[in-house]
Design a binder for this molecule. Structure first.
Ligand code: HEC
Length: 96
């Protein structure tokens, strides 16, 4: 019983994370250059704070942009990071 509930919650969390990231990727395609710049600057400030919490902050150049799309979902779930801040960090990482 408890195990079924746990599995249901895990799937719900995954679904929320997944749709969250997909919406943000869609939004990113429609964003104006000024919005990309704003997110980049915000991400540059937040990356050393959030991403240094549990391990050394990994530089954006370490992974390809499509890899960051996936890794950021996992890290957002682990760290319970706010969506807006995560979008900014993703923008920063993909540009490095
Ligand atoms: C709550 C703790 C926590 C936070 C915050 C966190 N991470 Fe992680 N990260 C982990 C753990 C634990 C692992 C290794 C185990 C795993 O993959 O679950 C990991 C692994 C990674 C890896 C290695 C993946 C691979 O296979 O090469 C990358 C890259 C990474 N994190 C990037 C980030 C970035 C970028 C951020 C900031 C947005 C971040 N992490 C924030 C806990 C965290």
């Amino acid at each position: 019983m408890m195990r079924k509930i746990f599995v249901a919650i895990a799937f719900a969390a995954l679904a929320i994370g997944w749709t969250g990231a997909r919406v943000s990727a869609q939004e990113q395609d429609n964003m104006l250059p000024a919005e990309h710049k704003r997110l980049f600057r915000e991400g540059a400030k937040l990356w050393p704070i959030y991403c240094n919490t549990c391990h050394n902050a990994r530089p954006g150049s370490e992974k390809a942009p499509y890899e960051w799309d996936l890794i950021i979902m996992h890290m957002r779930t682990l760290g319970n990071l706010p969506q807006e801040d995560t979008n900014a960090i993703l923008e920063y990482l993909k540009a490095r």
